[in-house]
Design a protein around this ligand. Sequence first.
Ligand code: ATP
Ligand code: MG
Length: 395
Amino acid sequence: MFTSFLIKYAEIGVKGKNRYLFEDALVRQIKYALKKCDGEYEVHKSQGRIYVEALGEFDYDDVVDQLGKVFGISGICPVVSVEDEGFEKLCETVIKYIADVYPDRNKTFKVHSRRARKNYPKESMEINAALGEAVLGAYPEMSVDVHEPEILLNIEIREKIHIYSKVIPGPGGMPVGTGGKAMLLLSGGIDSPVAGYMIAKRGVKLDAVYFHAPPYTGERAKQKVIDLARIVSRYTGPIYLHVISFTDIQLYIYDKCPHEELTIIMRRYMMRIAEHIAQETGCLGLITGESIGQVASQTMSSMVATNEVCELPVYRPLIGFDKQEIVEVAEKIGTFETSILPFEDCCTIFVAKHPVTKPSLKVIRRHEHYLDEKIEELVRTALETDELIIVSEEQ
Ligand code: ATP
Ligand code: MG
């Protein structure tokens, strides 16, 4: 019965000359999302609105599901569109619409009509009154409430006549691409995919980097990270994932530095390498899944130590979240099941029994000098052997 969707988006931040950038990005992301659905669709802007029109058979649930992943959408309204065949016919259509959409009609309602086509013979107020009466005549159990109706019946008179009343909540946020681009440090865990999702929700496009340590971390661990990136890409669009071979750097640090500082020094090299790639690819920040105190390497002092080695801002959207709160988001966005698959990541293999929780910057800097002989060359090699994988749902 529904043939199209009216897309609602929050007006905040969309005023003035940025509006078309916002709308164009939203149209682009909607088109990307619909590629995953069977059928043909037309997405167009018209008079400050965005419409999605199915050009033939389509799977309603699938389309609603995909649109529900597009940041920037605040509501999805399924629309019934009919030809204008006179007012009486319109009344019949609306009565049938209510029967189809509301099996339980013990509800209050209000008709809200907009006459975008001015040659329509009735004015909005007249349409509201006459349609309201027709509905009451057909369904005596319904009643009118003009202030807080349970059903707001929208009638838009354009070339065709559009009827809608249901609003399915969208994810909110801003369309990806309106907020620049950032580099996500993506591991196989629960946290970093959620962190990427949260920043992308604010309109930021994601690139990602994964530090791989073969043979300590196997192909399956790498595949898990690719799978996680693919799930996140349902929301963000394609993700350029850089896979960096980190084994030699890790072994070298293991060999030269005190073991309790291994994690923190390793983390500093991850940040340096991530920042290098970020700057070469036009990213304006780094994103990690850290939250204060979750593990030894995520204390405030540790973050001082990791921040010191990069100039770009480091975004940590989960900083004040408890694990349970992070898990809830991971479940909602569909990454949790993949994240808990039991493959080692490189950090779990080299962890010391008693890692430092309050690293002193001075000490860490001094101990990093133990690496002077070979580290530059190892970092260069790691960057030169960067494997770029373009991850997207369309593959
Ligand atoms: P996650 O669940 O995201 O793996 P975690 O709780 O395991 O996080 P850590 O291992 O301390 O936490 O890592 C903190 C952050 O550092 C991660 O959220 C991620 O952003 C980054 N990180 C850790 N290991 C890697 C890796 N192998 N590749 C890329 N980024 C990593
Ligand atoms: Mg981890």
